[in-house]
Ligand binder design. Structure first.
Ligand code: HEM
Length: 554
């Protein structure tokens, strides 16, 4: 048919001829780019890795599905610290847990390794221009501007707010009696949402008041991670559409027969709608004068309020457009909600399965309250509860909520390895990474590496952090922003909220473990692998997340 169109003499077919030629040139360009990138990557073919199971999707379906944690553990065990996976149409991906290579990759600087274009483009379309969507110099500028809000000094000032929000949450009726089975994940999600909304934006969604119905925003946030994980493949095409206007992209998305993509589009709309509404409300407060502004929940000291106030007198490149402020809000809500609720949920479930650890933690918490003599603990008193710190670290080590950090190599480079890797072409002591290669920083691979942590690396044993760690841990020089762990990644793109996340975990566990005893429900909990690992009940649908647990007031 294409042949007929190209040969058709009639002038009425000129348009069709033009369309066909354009299509041909797009396909030819894509084929050329594909061939060039595959040729560039031939040096990676000798790297050990599982055989590809599909010409079109390689190993990606095995690696990125909700039950992939077993596959992930199996390939790490079989192929070691540098693994080649096959991606779309024969593309090579590297999964790396070699700490020397990771130090070079993560700390190298964003000129060489940065978040992949497809992730940045997808985030821009879904979240807006926040920290998770920016690369290179734009990212550095935003990061520098936001960093002071995540400093230890600022964290100290947030402790009273965290206590207050958690007390408010504990007044919620369904946790008041017991023993009874409670779906705790939803509650933890609302808690994490309120904490980041109040501390980061001086705003409340009121999602903790006893009478509040499930807010559409809570639902959207809860479904965000499972939904985005399930459209991973489509997002990889995002850079091809980077020049498309939003309306055309939306039309294309609507026409694609993918219910999960449609759900993602409505989640993005809901997040956008509320971010814009929050900014509008705050602008109204700001217009009411300084008094009104400082009477917000955060007394005007939250990140967004400070940015807005600075914006009033800013000019040139210091001035932030509304889209960047709302993009930042959406970034914090997405980056700081599911991750934290998943970490607290995991810790409580582990404590439910390890009653002796739960008792020990409760005793240490109660002893600290007695010796402090205060009704509330400050930042240093919290930090001094050694077992609480050990429980949080060990949970983040064995069960990191985020399994991978993604990077794309922007220039040909060789990185040194901690130990030689046996390839089909002989042993190599440095790894050549061609430009354009996608990498997965294997967070769990480092955190649970038996050669670093010992033979019991897979075991949850908080006591390991109360004694000196094996020398192999220091020798590994793990490049994580949280010492010895990769759970928050490392380098200029590491988790900016890592101190806040730990503060939230500690304050939540402090009050929950003091007031309630937790034991496992009879329902089997499975942890679904995705951008963030989330709990659900065995046999329920792919985006449903829940964690029933038995709660009893002490
Ligand atoms: C236990 C909870 C959390 C975990 C495990 C976690 C983990 C991570 C990881 C692994 C990354 C990717 C880093 C990379 O690509 O190298 C990240 C990025 C990020 N996280 Fe977290 N996170 C948590 C909580 C939070 C919280 C509470 C916030 C609050 C604002 C937050 C905000 C962010 C942001 C904005 C980024 C992007 C940083 C950038 O690109 O510069 N996270 N997080």
């Amino acid at each position: 048919m294409l042949h007929d169109i190209l040969r058709a003499p009639s002038s009425s077919t000129h348009i069709w001829r033009g369309v066909a030629l354009s299509l041909l040139s797009v396909v030819a360009t894509l084929m050329f780019r594909l061939a060039r990138s595959r040729l560039r990557q031939t040096s990676l073919w000798k790297i050990p890795g599982p055989p590809s199971v599909s010409f079109s999707t390689g190993n990606l379906l095995q690696m990125f599905n909700s039950g992939a944690s077993k596959y992930h553990a199996q390939i790490t065990q079989t192929y070691g610290r540098v693994i080649r996976l096959t991606g779309l149409l024969g593309e090579s991906h590297l999964v790396i847990s070699d700490t020397k290579a990771l130090t070079n990759i993560l700390l190298q600087g964003q000129g060489v390794f940065d978040t992949p274009e497809w992730v940045l483009e997808g985030n821009t379309r879904i979240i807006g221009p926040g920290l998770l969507s920016q690369g290179g110099v734009h990212h550095r500028r935003q990061r520098k501007m936001l960093q002071p809000f995540f400093s230890t000094k600022h964290m100290r000032s947030l402790v009273p707010l965290c206590h207050r929000v958690i007390h408010q949450a504990l007044l919620q009726e369904k946790l008041a009696d017991g023993p009874k089975e409670v779906e705790l994940l939803d509650w933890l999600g609302r808690l994490a949402l309120e904490l980041i909304a109040q501390a980061g934006m001086g705003y409340t969604f009121d999602s903790l008041s006893p009478s509040s119905e499930e807010h559409e925003f809570d639902t959207a946030l809860k479904e965000y991670m499972p939904t985005i994980s399930s459209i991973n493949f489509l997002l990889r095409l995002a850079p091809q559409a980077s020049f498309w206007p939003s309306w055309l992209l939306r039309l294309g998305g609507t026409l694609l027969p993918s219910p999960m993509l449609h759900r993602m589009m409505s989640i993005a709309d809901i997040i956008q709608k509320y971010s814009v509404q929050i900014l509008k409300d705050k602008n109204a407060l700001l217009a009411g004068g300084d008094d009104e502004f400082t009477h917000q929940l955060s007394e005007g000291k939250d990140i967004i309020s400070v940015l807005m106030r600075a914006n009033m007198t800013a000019s040139g490149e210091d001035w932030l457009p509304d889209s960047e402020i709302t993009g930042q809000m959406a970034t914090f809500l997405i980056g700081g909600t599911d991750t934290t609720s998943s970490a607290i949920a995991r810790t409580l479930l582990l404590l439910a399965h390890h009653p002796e650890a739960q008792e020990r933690l409760r005793k240490e918490i109660n002893d600290t309250f007695v010796s402090s003599g205060d009704s509330e603990l400050d930042y240093d008193e919290l930090a001094d509860i050694a077992y609480l710190d050990a429980v949080c670290r060990e949970t983040l080590r064995v069960y990191p909520p985020v399994n991978f950090a993604a990077r794309e190599c922007r220039a040909d480079i060789s990185v040194p390895l901690s130990e030689p890797v046996q390839t089909s072409g002989g042993a190599i002591s440095s790894l050549f990474i061609p430009q354009g290669t996608n990498l997965l920083v294997d967070v769990g691979g480092v955190n649970r590496d038996p050669r670093i942590w010992g033979a019991d690396a897979e075991e949850w044993r908080p006591e390991r952090f109360l004694a000196p760690l094996p020398e192999s841990v220091a020798e590994a020089r793990i490049p994580g922003v949280l010492s010895n762990l990769m759970s928050f990644s490392g380098g200029p793109r590491s988790c900016i909220g890592f101190q806040f996340a730990q503060l939230e975990m500690k304050v939540a566990l402090l009050h929950l473990v003091r007031a309630f005893r937790f034991s496992p429900s009879t329902k089997e909990i499975v942890w679904r692998y995705g951008v963030v690992t989330t709990p659900s009940v065995e046999g329920t649908d792919a985006v449903g997340t829940e964690m029933p647990i038995i709660v009893e007031r002490i």
